[in-house]
Design a protein around this ligand. Structure first.
Ligand code: FES
Length: 89
């Protein structure tokens, strides 16, 4: 992907904690959202892949259910800055 300067990410929040991951399932590389901006399971406890329903922990992106158990989403480093979430350089 030479010259590609952007990547699609998902941002998830639990209370005051925020995490970001590349929007790319480690199983096939498919995007996670089953509707634009919707990446959580119905209970709101895990990130869920739309294609084969793998579930990932919010806090570290580890897959805990589905075809890619033990693999993880690619983390994107972010930090809170007031009301903003800022991607680290
Ligand atoms: S593509 Fe995500 S679980 Fe298969």
């Amino acid at each position: 992907m030479d010259g590609d300067t952007h990547r699609a990410c998902v941002l998830v929040r639990r209370g005051e904690q925020v995490w970001a991951y590349e929007n790319r399932c480690p199983h096939t590389g498919a995007s996670l959202d089953w509707r634009p901006g919707q990446v959580l399971n119905p209970e709101g406890t895990h990130i869920q892949c739309a294609l084969h329903l793998a579930q990932f922990r919010m806090e570290d992106g580890l897959c805990v259910h589905g075809p890619c158990v033990g693999q993880a989403l690619a983390a994107v480093a972010v930090h809170r800055q007031g009301d903003w979430v800022v991607m680290d350089a």
